[in-house]
Design a protein around this ligand. Structure first.
Ligand code: GDP
Ligand code: MG
Length: 828
């Protein structure tokens, strides 16, 4: 058979009518994924339908479909094609090379792998290069020996591997010519696989470079070189686990002796062929401040599709935030450069203000935090070294045993402070709300409008706003723990436990966020890669008692547990956590049977947060809370008030007005007695009216279900209204329990303490015993999260899970409250 002149070229360079077979898809992972999903995979034949020099997009036919690709996309696809003239001459198929020949040659061509060696100076790259290729480049033990890139080729398992030895660098930034060289080689020449040579005896610093490769979202295999040194030191590295965490296969090598190189190249081939199971893109978590800036920049960069074909927008964003001049000048010609530049400067300024350090330092710290976290779990030091480290704080805080009491103490402290510190401003606001209510009450003419303002708006919203200080304090603590780096440690010590319930420590961060608000917590599950992890975490997040539930607890605890406030609050939160564990265990063993994918848990350096930054975080939440107050809570308060106010005409069991008139006109009674009896009658009337109001009817309809829990119908109504938002539970109680005895002003707490059943077997007895109060808090903790959370769950998963979480939480809430009341009654 004649030989055909076949060449590998970029798809964008083929002319109209020409066809070729794909040999390679270049570019970063996200691009490759997108393009392969469109059908552009190795070995497939593509034909150009229309490609004019200035035309964009270009039209192609692949697998019988017409697809258009941007020129920039087609420029990242290698195809094998025959020059038209040659093919016409060599075979008579009207200028078209037979598919078989083309495919066969393409298959061979696609078996060429371009590999680049990247690593710190003196990590053994050149030794590796020499052993692999058989060439004899000079091996030195000082930096800077490899000035230029050297190329060599080797064959293995039917593949031709071109190896490039790049200069050694500690980082791929822009400070030295070597760094720039390595960077442009990776970004512009786009090797198929980067072999990251890592000095096993100096992992922390070497893996820093790895984090930069991770950001680039390219194919990497790690050569864990100088493995002999590591073993000699008596240290141990669980490199398989580490590789799974980083999403990069790790192969130990001893380059000078040529050990492990065959293995490594086998891995390179696997990774090149996309058949290594542990390869995945790992998002290095930079912490919420930086992540927010990354998001902002990404949104802008993503607008330029041609740009993100070639570079991962996350990578570019990180680079911009590092104040990287090269990236900035590379973007100079882009249409939206001014906007990018402006956003970059703004975000850098924001970060530097927040951290009090250069943004680059902050990002570097975060990367080291990632490395430290990965190593903390996989690297076992020799014994002598360990003792030295024991002095460090982390030894205690992430200690297997000590870590937990420290964490529990921190939690207890947080809840204790929420009460003790929160009490003072709470009293002031309470007094203020009371004053406004009295003022409006005494200055307005009686009528529905006055009732609406005093009982509906001021009673409902006022009842909730009182808790603003508590919420701010809670958020202050959460922000403080996040900003110091303690939160990361918590997820670290939780990792072991989380594994037991089928999750890993990373899920702990959304869970802790849940203490603030479940909505962002559910959204934060997005950072988990595995869908099952995401859903399982979402399902248990609502058990993390959010700040909206705090007002209910504070109210009930103030009223019925004056002695052990902090302790009771703490126990409620703990019960929530225990519930989460139990549910996770059940789900893990039923719906979510799976193996756990390991993740790196970042251990960022400890940092004293600036009061400014923590205050900003706290303030942000405070504003959100107030907004919610003005919106849904105000509307709900008015609605609930209206439902309890109407209908105005009800059939009373007795003629109260006549009785009141009778008492007032009585001659046998003294003034004081008269007044007492009148107010008794008025209260009875108001209470009866409320029971017959719309909301009263709803509450009574619910009563049979709630009776076994010891709840009265007003509690039932409060629970019902809490579906919209849990703060409304307090508003509702404020309206229902407050309105009953006008004139007799007393705090809601006092009213709750005096509340008695008005119907049923328990008529006349106090509604709230400590037992009922506790059961009620548990019910509020566990049942239906709130509309916003359900919406978030639906958005992050699907309707099925949203409905499931509504139903099962409410079911469990009922069971728990039932057990509390029934079992508790046996003892109290
Ligand atoms: P490069 O700067 O990354 O190219 O590193 P070189 O290949 O020049 O090696 C630096 C030094 O480390 C040389 O003295 C090598 O002999 C030594 N070396 C390289 N690989 C290994 C290894 O696997 N084990 C040990 N013990 N030494 C190694
Ligand atoms: Mg070298």
């Amino acid at each position: 058979m004649e030989t055909t002149e076949l060449t590998v070229d970029r798809l964008a360079n083929l002319n109209t009518g020409e066809s070729g077979v794909i040999t390679k898809v270049l570019g970063h992972g996200a691009f490759r994924k997108r393009i392969t999903e469109m059908g552009f995979v190795k070995g497939k034949k593509v034909r150009v339908i229309k490609n004019a020099p200035l035309q964009d997009p270009v039209e192609y036919e692949i697998m019988g479909y017409n697809v258009s690709l941007r020129r920039s996309e087609a420029n990242l696809i290698d195809v094998l094609s025959g020059a038209e003239a040659d093919s016409q001459k060599l075979n008579g198929f009207n200028g078209i090379i037979s598919d078989n020949v083309l495919k066969k040659t393409a298959h061979e061509k696609s078996k060429t792998i371009n590999v680049a060696l990247v690593g710190n100076p003196n990590c053994g790259k050149t030794s590796f290069f020499n052993q692999a290729s058989g060439s004899h480049e000079r091996v030195g033990n000082y930096g800077g020996v490899t000035i230029d890139a050297k190329m060599a080729r080797m064959r293995q398992d039917g593949y031709l591997i071109n190896i490039t030895d790049l200069p050694g660098t500690y980082s791929i930034t822009e400070y030295t010519p070597e760094e720039l060289y390595v960077r442009s080689h990776i970004m512009e020449r786009m090797p198929d696989v980067v072999v990251n040579v890592v000095d096993a005896s100096n992992l922390e610093r070497n893996l820093f470079l790895t984090t930069q490769l991770i950001d680039m979202n390219i194919k990497v295999v790690i050569a864990l070189n100088m493995y002999d040194e590591l073993e000699k030191k008596g240290a141990r590295l669980k490199f398989r686990e580490l590789g799974e965490m980083l999403g990069i296969p790790i192969i130990p090598t001893v380059a000078v002796k040529g050990q492990g190189i065959k293995n490594l190249m086998r891995k390179v081939i696997d990774v090149y062929e996309d058949r290594d199971p542990i390869v995945r893109y790992v998002n290095i978590n930079y912490g919420h401040d930086i992540e927010k800036s990354i998001d902002i920049l990404r949104k802008e960069l993503d607008k330029d599709e041609r740009l993100i074909d070639k570079y991962s927008s996350r990578y570019l964003s990180v680079k911009l935030l590092e104040n990287d001049r090269t990236t900035l000048s590379m973007l100079k010609n882009r249409d939206n450069f001014d906007r990018i530049n402006e956003l970059t400067n703004r975000e850098i300024a924001r970060l530097e203000k927040a951290f009090g350090e250069s943004s680059e330092t902050v990002i570097t710290d975060a990367k080291y935090g990632f490395v430290a976290g990965a190593l903390n779990e996989t690297y076992v030091e020799s014994r002598e070294r360990k003792r030295k480290r024991s002095k460090e704080i982390d030894y205690f805080i992430t200690h297997k045993i000590l870590g937990f009491p420290i964490f529990l103490f921190a939690m207890w402290l947080m809840f204790q402070a929420t009460f003790t510190l929160g009490n003072y401003p709470m009293e002031w606001i309470d007094a203020g709300v009371g004053y406004i209510g009295d003022f409006v009450g005494s200055h307005m003419a009686a009528g529905p409008l006055k009732d609406l303002l005093v009982d509906g708006v001021i009673g409902g919203v006022g009842g909730v706003i009182v808790f603003l200080p508590n919420i701010l304090i809670l958020f202050f603590f959460i922000s403080f723990m996040e900003d110091t780096g303690y939160m990361a440690r918590v997820s670290f010590i939780m990792d072991r436990l989380m594994h037991k319930i089928g999750l890993h420590g990373k899920s702990f961060i959304p869970l802790i966020m849940g203490f603030g608000c479940n909505v962002p917590a559910v959204m934060a599950t997005r950072t988990l890669e595995n869908r099952k992890d995401r859903i399982l975490t979402m399902m248990i997040t609502p058990f993390m008692s959010c700040s909206a539930r705090l007002p209910v607890y504070v109210l009930i605890i103030s009223a019925f547990f004056p002695k052990n406030q902090g302790m009771v609050l703490f126990s409620i939160y703990m019960i929530g956590i225990i519930m989460a564990i139990v549910v996770a265990l059940v789900l893990k063993n039923t719906v979510f049977r799976k193996s756990v994918v390991p993740f790196v848990m970042e251990l960022p350096p400890y940092r004293m947060p600036t009061l400014r930054n923590t205050s900003i975080h706290m303030w942000h939440k405070g504003v959100q809370y107030l907004k919610k107050m003005g919106g849904v809570i105000l509307v709900a308060s008015i609605l609930i008030w209206a439902l309890s106010y109407f209908p105005r005409n009800v059939d009373y069991s007795q003629n109260y007005d006549a009785s009141i008139a009778q008492v007032e006109n009585s001659t046998s009674l003294g003034e004081a007695q008269k007044q007492h009896q009148v107010s008794q009658l008025e209260m009875a009337k108001a209470s009866e009216h409320q029971e017959q109001s719309y909301i009263g009817r709803m509450g009574h309809a619910l009563a049979p279900v709630l009776k076994p829990l010891g709840f009265d119908w007003k509690i039932g109504v409060s629970i019902l209204t809490g579906l919209a938002a849990k703060e409304i539970v307090v508003s509702t109680m404020g309206i229902l329990y407050q309105a009953q005895d006008e004139g007799n002003s007393g705090t809601l707490v006092q009213k709750l303490q005096q509340q008695r059943h008005t119907t049923g077997k328990l008529k006349g007895q106090k509604v709230f015993t400590p037992l009922v109060a506790f059961g009620f808090m548990l019910f509020i903790l566990i049942y239906f999260p709130c509309v916003a959370v359900i919406a978030a769950i639906k958005k992050e998963s699907n309707w099925k899970w949203a409905v499931f979480s509504m139903v099962y939480t409410t079911g469990i809430a009922w069971l728990v409250a039932f057990a509390t009341y029934q079992i508790g009654s046996l003892f109290v």
